[in-house]
Write a protein that binds this ligand. Structure first.
Ligand code: URA
Length: 196
C-alpha cells in the first residue's frame, strides 16, 4: 500500500493516544513525524517542545531552524527527508522522556514509521534518540560519527541541534557526521544506477 496512506493510518489510530503517562501531562496534541514518506534519510529527535506542541509539527523551534540549515547544508531539502521524534507528546517542562514513555512510543509509533518509510539512513539526534535505537548504555560522545546497522537501515548518531545551540564548538564534528551520511547516500545511489 501507498506509504503516505499507511502513515496517515497511524495518525488516525494514535491522534488521541493515551498509552503512556505523557498523554495526561499537558500535551496539546500528538506530534507525528513529517516529511517525504519515500525519504532515504530520516532524522529522529527526542520529543516535541513547546513550539512543536503548539504548531503540530516536529522541529519548528530554534533547534528545528538549525536542523533545517543542517539539512540544506547537506544539499538536501527539509521536505525531502523525514523528521520524527522518539516520543510524540511533549514531556512537561521539556524534561527527558522516561524509559517507559520511550519504550511505549517507540513500539507503538516510531518503529512503525521506520518500517513504512524504510529509510536507508537514520540520523539519531542526541542521546535520547541514539539510546532508543541502539541501547540505553551508550554515550553519545563515544558513538557519534559511527554507522550502526539496524535491519535494512544504517544508523548514524550525532549531537542534537539544541546541544549545538549551547555548544557551537560541536558544530564541526556534527558536520563531519552529516558529510558521512551524504557520502553514503551518494554511494548507494551510484550502486543502484549501475545495477540497472
Ligand atoms: N527537539 C526535539 O528533539 N524534537 C523536536 O521536535 C523539537 C526539539
Amino acid at each position: 500500500m501507498n506509504k503516505k496512506l499507511l502513515l496517515d493510518q497511524i495518525k488516525i489510530k494514535y491522534e488521541k493516544c493515551n498509552k503512556c503517562p505523557l498523554a495526561k501531562q499537558g500535551r496539546s496534541q500528538v506530534i507525528f513525524g513529517k516529511g517525504d514518506p519515500n525519504a532515504k534519510l530520516m532524522f529522529i529527535g527526542e520529543g516535541p517542545g513547546r513550539n512543536e506542541d503548539m504548531q503540530g509539527e516536529p522541529f519548528v523551534g530554534k533547534a528545528g531552524k538549525l536542523l533545517t540549515k543542517m539539512i540544506e547544508a547537506m544539499g538536501l531539502k527539509r521536505e525531502g527527508v523525514y523528521i520524527s521524534n522518539v516520543v510524540k507528546c511533549r514531556p512537561p517542562n521539556n524534561r527527558t522522556p522516561l524509559p517507559n514513555e520511550t519504550n511505549i512510543c517507540k513500539n507503538e509509533i516510531l518503529l512503525k514509521e521506520i518500517e513504512i518509510i524504510k529509510p536507508e539512513i537514520i540520523c539519531c539526534l542526541g542521546a535520547s534518540a541514539a539510546k532508543a535505537m541502539l541501547g540505553e548504555d551508550l554515550k553519545i560522545s563515544k558513538v557519534r560519527g559511527t554507522f550502526f546497522k539496524l535491519n535494512e537501515a544504517k544508523i548514524m548518531p550525532t549531537f542534537h541541534p539544541a546541544y549545538l545551540l549551547r555548544n557551537p564548538h560541536a558544530k564541526r564534528p556534527v558536520w563531519e557526521d552529516l558529510q558521512k551520511i551524504v557520502f553514503n547516500l551518494k554511494k548507494t545511489a551510484r550502486q543502484k544506477s549501475t545495477d540497472k
